[in-house]
Write a protein that binds this ligand. Structure first.
Ligand SMILES: [Zn+2]
Length: 304
């Protein structure tokens, strides 16, 4: 609004008219979102009869691990960088924002400054790693982070398999972080791979990565607790039934917010009952899960 027309109650009048129109159209609820730091806007909505949610979605000053499908969220003002700015605003200057930022290329040595984030991690992760103040792990299974705990989270050498407790996801767990899934489901929830390793799942499929050793590319083979990850969706029910997952729309995207320790604790308890709970049954004809089942004969993954 033009400076000369501010503080005259115009916004309030517009909102009252909007509310009347919405009521006539059969609506019974209005909601709006803004940044925590945008006090003038918050005051305007409050004076128009609005109430603020008791719980802020995201913990100010906490560690927030975000997985985003920008395609699902958009349009967002300012594009991917605008979304990152909004997330940083929500956690505040004492908060640390974390995103997975590994390579999707297992045949080229990883360069933290140059190697793009795997395409399936999306444009937000790729944008985040290039922003000033973002630091990134020095190894191929990289995470990127920004904030007071960033260096601690991305530190360390190549974790094998990628999501062991001594990896960036393990440090988010140590730091009692929250996980935000924006427009993606639990199939993208890296924390469940950590839970699998903590529970000692018996499957591990062969993978490899290429590292630089004395300036020469060297192939490193390892086994990873991987499969199609579709059945990670079970975590929705485990968290929901205990009221431990908040769900709602962010932009156009269905989003989930929960504490990493809740997801990991529930998953490890379920895995103790059934170590193969995340694998499709053989009858489902899922190639990835069948490969994971076939790997069981070779014994559990050695995480040391
Ligand atoms: Zn499967």
């Amino acid at each position: 609004m033009a400076e000369s027309h501010r503080r005259r109650g115009l916004a309030r009048a517009m909102m009252a008219l909007l509310a009347e129109t919405a009521k006539d159209a059969g609506c019974f609820e209005m909601w709006v979102g803004t940044e925590v730091s945008n006090m003038p806007t918050r005051r305007t909505y409050l004076s128009a009869g609005g109430a603020e949610d008791e719980e802020h979605l995201v913990e100010e000053g906490g560690v927030l691990l975000d997985h985003t499908s920008f395609r699902a969220v958009r349009p967002v003002e300012g594009g991917p960088a605008g979304l990152i700015a909004a997330l940083k605003d929500a956690i505040g200057p004492r908060g640390t924002l974390v995103m997975p930022c590994w390579t999707g290329d297992d045949s080229t040595p990883f360069d933290p400054a140059e190697t793009q984030a795997s395409e399936d991690l999306g444009v937000v992760a790729e944008t985040f790693r290039t922003l000033p103040g973002t630091v990134r792990s020095a190894h191929a299974f990289a995470f990127a982070a920004s904030g007071p705990k960033a260096a601690e989270i991305v530190a360390g050498s190549l974790p094998l398999p990628p999501h062991i407790p001594e990896s960036p996801i393990g440090r988010v767990h140590d730091l009692d972080g929250q996980v935000l899934l924006l427009g993606v489901g639990h199939d993208a929830n890296t924390a469940l791979h950590l839970a699998e390793l903590m529970a000692g799942v018996p499957y591990g499929v062969p993978k490899h990565i290429t590292i630089n050793e004395s300036c020469r590319p060297v192939r490193v083979d390892y086994r990873e607790n991987d499969h199609c990850c579709e059945r990670f969706a079970l975590a929705d029910g485990w968290l929901r039934s205990r009221g431990l997952q908040r769900e709602g729309k962010v932009g156009n995207a269905t989003s989930r917010l929960f504490r990493i320790r809740d997801a990991v604790a529930l998953a490890t308890a379920e895995l103790a009952r059934d170590p193969l709970i995340f694998l499709h049954p053989e009858s489902a004809g899922c190639g990835d899960c069948d490969a994971a089942r076939a790997s069981i004969a070779t014994g559990a993954i050695d995480v040391d």
